[in-house]
Design a protein around this ligand. Structure first.
Ligand SMILES: [Zn+2]
Length: 123
């Protein structure tokens, strides 16, 4: 399966990168993890795990019922506010449940959470 192989390659690349991170970057990961876990708890999602990923075409992913992931390299460069916005974006996905994409139901929840977005989502 090509997609599985690609995912493995990306994960391997991320593993290599993590081992090369500076102490400051590792601290950044810890800070973001703590902030994300606090936000998830605030919205009653403490049963979800938070982790970092690196996958093409996504800054963040919500695996319904199990996991919220955000891009490691994004958090190393983005502002606290942008990272918070991204975590809340994924939290909105978790709260509305599967099958809503970025359509109206998700948009309503995202606005309620204070999420801002510039792009026009297609799905
Ligand atoms: Zn989304």
């Amino acid at each position: 399966m090509a997609s599985r192989k690609l995912k493995t390659i990306y994960l391997e690349r991320m593993t290599i990168k993590i081992s090369n991170l500076t102490p400051l970057e590792k601290e950044r990961m810890d800070c973001v993890t703590e902030a994300a876990n606090q936000l998830m708890k605030h919205y009653g999602l403490e049963h979800l795990k938070f982790d970092f990923c690196h996958s093409p075409g996504h800054l963040g992913l919500c695996h319904q019922g199990t996991l919220i992931e955000i891009d490691l390299f994004y958090i190393l460069n983005a502002s606290d506010e942008a990272v918070r916005n991204l975590v809340l974006h994924e939290i909105a996905h978790a709260l509305v449940g599967p099958g809503h994409g970025h359509r109206q139901h998700w948009q309503n929840k995202a606005r309620e959470l204070g999420v801002t977005w510039e792009r026009r989502y297609q799905k």
